[in-house]
Structure formats: C-alpha cells, structure tokens
Design a protein around this ligand. Sequence first.
Ligand code: MRU
Length: 379
Amino acid sequence: MADQHAHSGEDGRPTEIPAIRWEEPPEGPVLVLLDQTRLPAEEVELVCTDAPALVEAIRSLAVRGAPLLGIAGAYGVALAAARGFDVDDAANALAGARPTAVNLAVGVRRAHSAWRAEFAKRGDGAEAAGAALAAARQLHKEDAEASARMAERGLALLDELLPGGGHRILTHCNTGSLVSGGEGTAFAVALAAHRAGSLRRLWVDETRPLLQGARLTAYEAARSGMAYTLLTDNAAGSLFAAGEVDAVLIGADRIAADGSVANKVGSYPLAVLARYHHVPFIVVAPVTTVDPDTPDGASIEVEQRPGHEVTEIVAPQVPLAGAEAGGGIPLAPLGTQAYNPAFDVTPPELVTAIVTEEGTVSPVTAEALAEVCARARQV
Ligand code: MRU
C-alpha cells in the first residue's frame, strides 16, 4: 500500500534532490519516494509499505531512471523481508516490473542474494532482512560514488574533446539526481562542467511523450542555476545544422556486451544527427548498466508503453498509470492506434565514448567494454 503527503518546495532549496529514502517509523519500515509523475508542479512523496505498491510506482514512473530503479528494487526486497512478506515473490515481481533497464533486475538480485545467503546460514528472518537492507544501502552508496566518478571522467573527456570550454551540450530524457543515489549520470557531467565554468548552455530535449526532459531535467537544471534551454525533440536537427551543439550527453538503460546502447526513445536519432554533424555522442552510465548477458542491440527487450501516452497530453498532476485512457487532454481522434516504445537502441559505431565510473571506453568495442567492467568486479 502507498499513501501520499506533500513536503515543502520553496526557493533557495539545495540542488540535491533526494529521490528515495528508507525510513523506520513505529508502524514498520517504509520506502519513501519523490513521486516523479507530479513534478515539477508539486513535490509529493509516495510512501510504499509493500512490494506491490513499489511495483506500481515503478510502472507508473513515479520512480524511474536506470540507476534509481536498481536502488529501488533492492530496497523493495528489503521492504518485503522486513515486513514478513514472501521475499521470492516480491523479488520476482520487482525484477519484472519494467524490462529494459537492467539495473532493476541487478539491484533486486543483489538484495535477494544477500537475503537468501543470510537465511540459509542462520534461518533467521530478521537477520536475513537486515542483510537485504544492508545490500540495498550499499548499492545506494556505491551509486552515489559512481556518479561522482563518472562526472569527473566525463568532464575530463569533454575538456579533451572540446578544448577551450564554452560547451553547448544537448541532453535527452532525465539523468540527474532524480535517477541516482548521487548527482546522476549524463546530467552529473553537465553539472561538473557548469561548476567548472565550462558549460555555456544545456540544451534540454523535452522528451516526448512523457516529457522527462521538460518536467524533470529542466527542473534539475533550474535548481542548479545552469544556463539551459528547452526544445522540442524535433528541433534538435536544426540546432545541429546551426552549429549550436558541441556534444551530446545521454544516459543508458542497458548497454549490451557489444556496446549497443538502449536509452529513452529519441536517443538513436540524436546519434545519427551527431554523426552527420561530426559532434561527439557520449553515453554516461555506471557499469551496473552494462549487461554482459545481452550480446547485442537486437537482444535488448524494449518496453512498449500504453498508447494513451501518445494520444493524450499527460499533465504532471495526472497519474501516468493505466493501460486504458490516462485521463489526459486528447490529441488524436478516439481509438487512434499509437506506437510507443519507451526506448531505442543506438549501435556502438555511432557512440563516441561510454563513460563509466571505472573508465572511459572509446572507441566502443566489446573488448574495451568488457575490460572496463572487469575492473569493477576486481574491487
Ligand atoms: O522511462 P524512464 O524515464 O525510466 O527512462 C529513463 C531514461 O531513459 C534515462 O535516460 C536512463 O535511465 C538513464 S538515467 C541515468
């Protein structure tokens, strides 16, 4: 079950936006999420007391973005364990809530394995629940650390590729602290450039149909004080043609072993544009987003979302959930069919570099990617 209560949102707030936290009130442990379907209109928290509520929050995109999905999935297992629900069932439901971002299944697996190992050792539910929570907390902390290291490496890469500063960076979807234990992936690099004085402008794609760019990235950019401009996804081509884009920075939901990158739909057309206009196309993602078990782009399962997200304008105040009409403002005649893949796949040959916390892969090859990921496993 989830319930909602609002918290303040005055000016002069810190740029850090905690998207998730674990709390232990006397009634029992809860997972508190910032409901991203309500941003930027209002900052409302969603309190999950069981795994089904979290599954619904994941499906409705109240909690979203690859790294945060991993963290949420791990806490979801801990929640089920701490409240005495069936942990195996909870882990299965959570891991399958959305198919494309591999971090979700990875996060769930990590907490579930910790719970199973502890339970097998002592047969004590409370100890096992503690182990699952410790695993979730550790993943949360590691993601924050990875975010800081990606920002550092990404900034170094920008300075190398674009000496002289004054970067005009185009980004797509939302990749800041709303999707991370830290400051995010691609957005964290832009933020580092902003702090270093080398970011001239962040171009923010609105990111149809659910407007993660307009609603969430613009919200993060405004809070950070950086110069940013919002554009419709379709305006990117003329922006490139005008010579106004120095680099593209995006995140990823899953990176296949061959370096193919699944990210929010609309990323692939940007990669094609970037190649045509000789602009670096840079992907920033933690190694937890690289899936060695997915050999290539064609093997990545792309989530198909309900058509009403395309046939209606879904205002932030309107919950995005629901397989039928979402209650938004209609754009198309009733009964119009819609094609609504949530992600697309960019082939490795269009990616200039993949920046991870363990190293930067450029050119993108399966061997170089595997080598960087192996560094993480050695720690
Ligand atoms: O459908 P969403 O909003 O979960 O999609 C998120 C994205 O596509 C992000 O770009 C991706 O998860 C990278 S976030 C670091």
